[in-house]
Write a protein that binds this ligand. Structure first.
Ligand SMILES: NC(=O)C1=CN([C@@H]2O[C@H](COP(=O)(O)OP(=O)(O)OC[C@H]3O[C@@H](n4cnc5c(N)ncnc54)[C@H](OP(=O)(O)O)[C@@H]3O)[C@@H](O)[C@H]2O)C=CC1
Ligand SMILES: O=C(O)C(=O)[C@@H](O)[C@H](O)C(=O)CO
Length: 287
């Protein structure tokens, strides 16, 4: 099966569904999960320096036997490495950890600090062929307006929390105006059981002979959102990709839109977020 793609504003085609790797440990579990995902047909893997598993992602990709140009790899620059010089070094380190010559999409992971300096380093790495597409993550409308007007080039994506409980209405209008695609993190609400048991979702699952996760992911896909659900279970890895043999009607999409609560689990605008994140993820702990 070939996964459908979505065109980015720089002309590249990103697979509309990928595989997420946050919180998958680097004890062989990431290697196995990515291997299972590639075998199931995923051709898009989302990782980050701060997930501490780039090495296993890269090894699974390199050992897959699948031509490199058929797999889309996203990684992300951690906020300890912002500013031009540090970001340039961190891009080379990510390439080295992945064991790859280029990264398809590279993101400003958390938008605090010298974001414009990091962005310039990413623009130069793109010109050098080390990165194919570049984008941002966790930019709310407020943070977008703070930083993006300082950029020379428009990001290709903004990767933010998105699921039926948090549909990012205000941000989507801004991104649409700039032809920037929204990528969903936590597309399954990180397995939120309330979401999985929403009556509208369970009714649609029964109608289409699908599970709740498949209804949620198909809804997001039909909304034009790029998704990359994470799982370490082979059955879920397979079922999360099996969403293209049915279409939700316009009325059903409208019903799912009503689940929006307008806020998520993580608020990038909240005071102290940068310090919380720096305390949680130290990518230089072993330097
Ligand atoms: N840019 C950013 O700041 C962030 C980016 N991300 C990226 O987005 C990806 C996806 O987000 P993530 O936070 O992992 O959350 P997801 O919404 O993908 O949910 C993952 C959780 O749901 C469970 N799950 C997976 N499939 C199903 C299913 N079909 N039914 C029920 N439960 C299921 C998984 O458990 P199990 O593994 O046991 O199956 C896991 O606990 C990440 O892996 C990462 O790549 C995530 C967070 C922040
Ligand atoms: O998973 C990621 O990519 C993250 O950046 C996480 O830190 C996430 O944003 C989070 O844990 C917020 O509380």
């Amino acid at each position: 099966m070939t996964t459908p793609t979505i065109q980015l504003n720089d002309g590249h085609q990103i697979p509309a569904i990928g595989f997420g790797t946050f919180q998958i440990p680097d004890d062989g579990t990431t290697y196995q999960a990515v291997k299972d995902a590639l075998a199931a047909g995923y051709r898009h893997i989302d990782t980050a320096v701060a997930y501490f598993n780039e090495d296993e992602v890269g090894r699974a990709v390199r050992n897959s036997g699948i031509p490199r140009d058929q797999i889309w790899i996203t990684s992300k620059l951690w906020l300890q490495d912002f500013g031009y010089e540090a970001a340039s070094r961190a891009i080379d380190k990510s390439l080295q950890q992945l064991g790859l010559d280029y990264i398809d999409l590279y993101l400003i992971h958390q938008p605090y600090g010298d974001v414009p300096g990091a962005w310039r380093a990413m623009e130069d790495a793109k010109k050098a062929g080390k990165l194919k597409s570049i984008g941002v993550s966790n930019m709310t409308p407020k943070i977008w307006n703070q930083f993006v007007p300082q950029f020379t080039t428009m990001p290709s994506v903004d990767q933010v929390e998105f699921n039926p409980y948090f549909q990012q209405t205000e941000l989507r209008a801004i991104l649409k105006a700039h032809d920037v695609k929204l990528e969903a993190w936590a597309p399954l609400g990180q397995g939120n059981q309330d979401l999985m048991h929403e009556p509208v979702i369970t009714q649609l699952a029964e109608k289409y002979g699908k599970n709740a996760g498949q209804i949620i992911l198909r809804f997001e896909n039909q909304e034009g959102i790029v998704v990359f659900p994470k799982s370490v279970h082979e059955a879920r890895i397979k079922s999360n990709l099996d969403i293209f043999d049915f279409d939700l009607t316009a009325d059903e999409v409208a019903q799912l839109r009503t689940l929006d609560k307008g806020q998520g689990q993580h608020d990038p605008d909240a005071p102290g977020v940068k310090e919380m994140l720096l305390g949680a993820f130290d990518v230089h702990a072993n330097d």
